[in-house]
Design a protein around this ligand. Structure first.
Ligand code: NAD
Length: 723
């Protein structure tokens, strides 16, 4: 930290930040801060203090998750927390008023420091966000966050922040009482807007610090309505119980952190600060050691890695995109493309289809305008990147064509040939097929090295993952270009060799659920087996959402590719459902009926009468049924790594969690095997194999890990290097 005296005010700048987003050198910074403040307190060298970042972009970074993971015991972590708590409590009790001047992100430890100060000023910049995201890493704020926030923003406001981990804008923070004053960011002048804003913020903060020291601004906070509410014991009790019930419902008791957060807040309020701080430091220590937190931190770090292009920049930057098909997927892809500044053509065969597509894209931005998240000028500027048409004009300057037409190989071949006739030689042809092998599509191409699969998930703007699928002919440069486009569209990218990783794994789970259905286990029960393990939705609900016809098509392709090993349930059931028009949510009924409440569809029960099988009595416990579903999908993941379809356990885990909703608290199939034990999984699968056959044959990689318990997928920190 650098210190600078402006008359009676000491301005402390956190300067130990080497990049725009702060690099975490947490303990070092805190020691420094303690030393600097210690001198001020001892020598009374200033009447007030301003804390500000030396660089725009971030007030102070949160605790370093790698540093936490290097601790081997809870006690070690607890004592780190206590150190930070002690410093922040000294700041809070400081006789010299301390002002936090915030521009950029003020999260985790940064927010805890800011809330320990006597006054907070934040810029109204879009980049300024405040929050306590620890819960998303399976942790809690361990430097007083659970103790100070309830006093500052009330019990409900604090629970909302602590349990959701959401980012709060400067405006919202001001309304909540989290920030005392806002300043407008400045535009460009002789210096950059960022530098000018920081200087201005500092100037305002110094003024406020002086006023606090001279008592022109009172140090006491005005009483809020919630102070009175907080004073009522029975009301508080009711709040704890309501919130606990809500968290139980949302987390299905699978995540420990939210419950610990409630406990720490409660302890602080009901038993006093000392008990509260102690509970907080101890809970933090315990949480860092949980498998849930390790899994969530692993995913967080993994996402950061998957947001980098490990194939390097492409030879030619992709600037102009053309999208074929303005349906559900095409319009979604157009939306995420224009939003990120790609010049984009959206083409379909009819005027009607393209105007519907255009409307969808427009509406997505217009909704943001209505919600005041965007101004109409921005919406119009973004929309000006989009042109809609029914012919191929403009394709002569396209760098990449993304195809999202009907899922039919003949149609795909037809458009591929048409596109190659009108586009320049460097232009890449990317297909968004759900299940057709990319090499089959590329078979019609004159330049197969330029053909690649970019698999978006629906809804495109919400789903973070994109799978990039190469064939043995796809060039490295095409791969680098496809990854760069998906990253620019804001996606997390995993790359697959021939085959579809996520579809394979999800499909195997579906095939086994079908088998359960034939054995008399209801769709509701099967879905419960998946959701009680932590999936958000079960396999049948997902299929209804995606479309039963699409599910059938994908399953048929997969069964064709993998034969009896992949089978399980009978696809005849699904075929009959499609023939009868039971196509899922889009047709109002599928495996379930969607009336006022969701219920099992009796028509499916009727179809099932022709497909019943007797359940082997040896495997009928709920646990067995659950692990029939899970073991197949986990084994399929490992097999994909073994076959080189995916490159690393990390990409496999990210793909599974963000692609088909593998429960995040387990970290993904690979981390799950590490935690659960490969040997345990193998012995379960062998038992199932004896009864059902080769669907349950453990793959070699799983067997290898079972044989040698010291073998782990995550031995050291996660890496994207080839496995
Ligand atoms: P959709 O039916 O909503 O849209 C397809 C569009 O393509 C239609 O508007 C149609 O008019 C247009 N089209 C057909 N032939 C064309 C041609 N020759 N030139 C230009 N446009 C043409 O389908 P969708 O759900 O958007 O799926 C598109 C592709 O994406 C399919 O291959 C599908 O398998 C794949 N996909 C779908 C999902 C999903 O969840 N729906 C997810 C991933 C991938």
């Amino acid at each position: 930290s650098k210190i600078l005296y402006k008359e009676d005010v000491a301005v402390i700048r956190f300067s130990d930040q080497t990049s725009k987003v702060c690099v975490n050198k947490q303990s070092l910074q805190l020691h420094e801060l303690a030393d600097v403040l210690g001198d001020i307190w001892l020598y009374r060298s200033s009447k007030s203090v301003v804390l500000i970042s030396g660089k725009p972009g971030c007030f102070l970074a949160g605790a370093d998750s790698n540093m936490l993971q290097s601790c081997t015991t809870s006690e070690e972590v607890t004592s780190l927390c206590e150190e930070a708590q002690k410093l922040f409590r000294r700041i809070e009790q400081s006789r010299v008023p301390i002002v936090a001047a915030i521009h950029g992100s003020c999260l985790s430890r940064g927010l805890e420091l800011a809330t320990a100060c006597h006054y907070r000023i934040a810029t109204k910049s879009k980049e300024t966000v405040l929050g306590t995201p620890e819960v998303m890493l399976g942790l809690l704020p361990g430097a007083g966050g659970t103790q100070r926030l309830p006093k500052m923003v009330g019990l409900l406001g604090a629970f909302d922040m602590l349990l959701s981990g959401k980012n709060i804008t400067a405006d919202e923070a001001k309304k909540m009482g989290l920030v005392d004053q806002l300043v407008d960011p400045l535009g460009p002048g002789l210096k950059s807007p960022e530098e000018r804003t920081m200087e201005y913020l500092e100037e305002v903060a110094v003024g406020v610090a002086n006023d606090l020291a001279n008592k022109k601004i009172p140090l006491t906070r005005e009483k809020k309505l919630w102070d009175a509410v907080m004073g009522l014991g029975p009301v508080r009790k009711m709040m704890y119980s309501t919130i606990t019930k809500r968290v139980q419902k949302q987390t299905k008791n699978l995540y420990p952190a939210p419950f610990q957060i409630i406990e720490c807040v409660k302890t602080g309020i009901e038993q006093g600060s000392d008990a509260g701080y102690l509970a907080e430091a101890q809970s933090f220590g315990k949480l860092v050691m949980t498998s849930e937190s390790k899994a969530l931190i692993g995913l967080h770090n993994g996402c950061l890695l998957c947001k980098k292009n490990r194939f390097g920049p492409p030879e030619k930057e992709v600037k102009k995109l053309a999208i074929l098909g303005a349906g559900l997927m095409g319009a979604g892809i157009a939306q995420v493309s224009v939003d990120k500044g790609f010049t984009t053509i959206l083409k379909d065969t009819t005027e009607d289809a393209i105007s519907k597509g255009y409307e969808k894209v427009y509406k997505s931005f217009d909704t943001k305008v209505k919600k005041k998240a965007m101004i109409s000028f921005e919406r119009d500027a973004i929309m000006s990147n989009l042109s809609i048409q029914t012919d191929y004009s403009g394709f002569e300057s396209a760098d990449m064509v993304i195809e999202a037409v009907f899922e039919d190989l003949n149609v795909k071949h037809k458009v591929l040939k048409e596109v190659e006739a009108v586009t320049p030689p460097h232009c890449i042809f990317a297909t968004n097929t759900s299940a057709l092998p990319i090499r089959d599509i590329a078979a019609a191409s004159k330049r197969p090295e330029k053909v690649i699969g970019i698999h978006y998930f629906s809804p495109v703007d919400k789903m973070q993952l994109v799978e990039i699928i190469t064939t043995d002919k796809t060039s490295k440069d095409t791969l680098a270009a496809a990854v760069s486009v998906a990253l620019k569209q804001g996606k997390i990218v995993v790359t697959d060799g021939p085959g579809f990783y996520t579809m394979r794994c999800m499909g195997s789970l579906f095939m086994e659920s079908l088998r359960l259905l034939q054995e008399g286990v209801t769709a509701t029960k099967s879905d419960f087996l998946a959701t009680s393990f932590g999936f958000n939705v079960g396999p049948f609900a997902v299929t209804d959402e995606v479309g039963v016809d699409i599910g059938l098509h994908i399953s048929e392709m997969l069964c064709k590719a993998f034969g009896s090993r992949y089978e399980g349930g009978s696809l005849e059931i699904v075929k009959t459902m499609v023939e009868k028009g039971l196509k899922g949510c889009k047709s109002g009924k599928g495996f379930f009926l969607y009336g006022k409440t969701k219920s099992v569809n009796p028509e499916v029960e009727e179809i099932l009468k022709n497909h019943q099988v007797t359940a082997p009595s040896a495997i009928s416990s709920e646990y067995d049924m659950q692990y029939r579903l899970l073991s197949r999908c986990i084994n399929e993941s490992l097999m994909c790594l073994q076959e080189g379809i995916i490159a690393s356990p990390l990409e496999g885990d990210i793909g599974a969690v963000f692609g088909y909703g593998f429960p995040p608290m387990h970290g993904g199939p690979f981390r799950f095997v590490d935690t659960f034990g490969a040997d345990r999984l193998v012995s379960l699968m062998k038992r199932f194999e004896d009864v059902y056959g080769n669907q349950f044959t453990p793959c070699q990689l799983l067997l290898d890990h079972a044989k040698d318990p010291s073998k782990k997928f995550y031995e050291s920190s996660p890496s994207l290097l080839q496995y």
